[in-house]
Design a protein around this ligand. Structure first.
Ligand SMILES: Nc1ncnc2c1ncn2[C@@H]1O[C@H](COP(=O)(O)OP(=O)(O)O)[C@@H](O)[C@H]1O
Ligand SMILES: [Mg+2]
Length: 262
């Protein structure tokens, strides 16, 4: 059984066909990276996957169960977690407080006035566990807006992991990062347990190819190529698309950006 199946998914906004005929099969434990020029439909695909918007047509199946009609919280309860292209951290709060919020959001007692001591203890335990596991203890008390962008992105991934997701959707986790920070975040993704399936949108091709088992390339709302990184790298049609978009070329700066640190 696959972790995620997308069948003939489509979405239009007024007259604009933002996504069409998208079909994907993502195996359990797979690292799938979605690449594509700006406006290709990548974020729209994620919005459809996690239920923020509804498809015009098609179906989404999570671990064999159709989820197309389910709400975002219902999908989250089935193990789907997501980070956003734009930072979703509470800048004025500390690292620990941000993680606390992520853990608390999942607590079944969150809407009850009488929270038991037991439920507090569970939250605290999970927060400390996450801080330790991802080596964030040293900055736990620091305010988020004092952290480097690299650590902020790392924190976003850790917050998404609070729910112990089975499928993690990451939207451009390396956006705006230096090459050193890109390495930090790539390492975190590489270190994730294979019990978690990862679907990641990534603009930095070097980082994408380092993380991916398979790559799906999108253009103008469609998947135009799919395969292991080595094949996608040499795909001529894809190189043309990227050159046309002017965003990336296989020899361009975006490829070398994450390629090594100074
Ligand atoms: N809510 C929306 N309303 C209207 N058009 C949208 C909306 N969301 C995305 N689009 C359009 O859909 C296309 C795909 O956008 P998007 O999925 O954000 O691309 P990507 O993430 O690959 O850069 C773009 O032309 C964008 O302008
Ligand atoms: Mg996007």
């Amino acid at each position: 059984m696959n972790a995620l199946e997308v069948r003939d998914l489509g979405r239009s906004f007024g007259g604009l066909q933002a996504l069409q005929n998208v079909t994907l099969s993502i195996a359990q434990g797979e690292r799938r990276v979605i690449i594509g020029t700006n406006g290709a439909g990548k974020t729209t695909l994620f919005n459809l996957l996690n239920g923020q918007i509804r498809p015009t047509r098609g179906e989404i199946v999570l671990f064999g169960e159709p989820i197309t009609a389910l709400s975002t919280p219902q999908r989250a309860a089935r193990g789907l977690a997501r980070t956003f292209q734009i930072t979703s951290l509470f800048a004025e709060l500390s690292v620990r407080e941000n993680i606390q919020i992520a853990v608390q959001a999942l607590d079944p007692c969150r809407f009850s006035f009488v929270r038991t001591i037991e439920s507090y203890r569970h939250i605290e335990q999970r927060v400390e566990e996450l801080l330790a596991q991802w080596q964030l203890e040293h900055c736990a008390a620091q305010r988020v807006n004092k952290l480097s962008y690299g650590v902020q992105r790392q924190l976003e991934v850790v917050m998404a992991l609070a729910s112990r997701p089975r499928v993690l959707l990451l939207d451009e986790p390396m956006a705006g990062l230096s090459s050193e920070e890109t390495h930090l975040v790539t390492d975190i993704i590489l270190a994730l347990d294979r019990a978690v399936t990862v679907v990641m949108i990534e603009h930095d091709l070097a980082a994408a190819f380092r993380v991916a088992d398979r790559v799906s390339a999108m253009d103008q709302g469609q998947v135009v190529a799919e395969g292991p990184p080595a094949l996608i790298r040499d795909d001529e049609a894809l190189q043309r698309i990227y050159l046309r978009g002017g965003a990336l070329g296989t020899a361009g700066p975006a490829v070398s950006a994450g390629g090594r640190s100074q």
